[in-house]
Design a protein. Structure first.
Length: 170
């Protein structure tokens, strides 16, 4: 009699990962966009102590004054490296991981982006009547008059054409 999935032990569901598979899994986790965003958020949160607590590299006297005002808290902040936040190993680890994560996110995509930049643009549709914004009209006005109206309509804050060409079906 076959056992259901609920009855199986976790070791029976999936084989154990070897060292190469574990590294591949870790690399994929690190180079995901979700991880990059999480690391960016973590970097922003990690920068808060450097903005709130005085830093040794900037103002050593302010650090001494802070330590004198907070004698119980200062040893803990010293152990955590809060008085030198931006040069601490934990802050460096966060931004190095973020840099590796962003490079791992961007590099595989650059080949696709470069290929799309070099690609020829798609061909124009043969039947413009199928497009939702297509319209035609006929007029008895002279070509110069139509061109003058078109130039006036196209000269707006976003459209500044140097010239308007008319294609004639003569």
């Amino acid at each position: 009699m076959a056992r259901s999935r609920k009855d199986r032990a976790p070791a029976e569901l999936a084989p154990a990962l070897g060292p190469v598979e574990t590294l591949r899994w870790a690399w994929r986790q690190l180079t995901s966009m979700r991880t990059a965003l999480l690391l960016l958020l973590l970097l922003a949160i990690a920068a808060v102590p450097g903005s709130v607590v005085p830093q040794r590299g900037v103002d050593a006297r302010a650090v001494e004054a802070f330590q004198a005002r907070h004698p119980d808290l200062s040893p803990w902040l010293e152990r955590l490296g809060v008085f030198h936040t931006y040069t601490s190993p934990w802050f460096s680890a966060v931004y190095v991981l973020l840099m590796v994560s962003l490079i791992g996110c961007i590099l595989p995509r650059t080949k696709v982006y470069l290929k799309s930049v070099r690609a020829r643009p798609p061909r124009a549709p043969r039947n413009f009547d199928r497009l939702p914004a297509s319209a035609t009209f006929e007029t008895d006005a002279e070509v110069e008059e139509v061109l003058a109206v078109a130039r006036g309509a196209l000269r707006g804050p976003r459209l500044l054409p140097s010239r308007v060409d008319v294609v004639r079906d003569d």
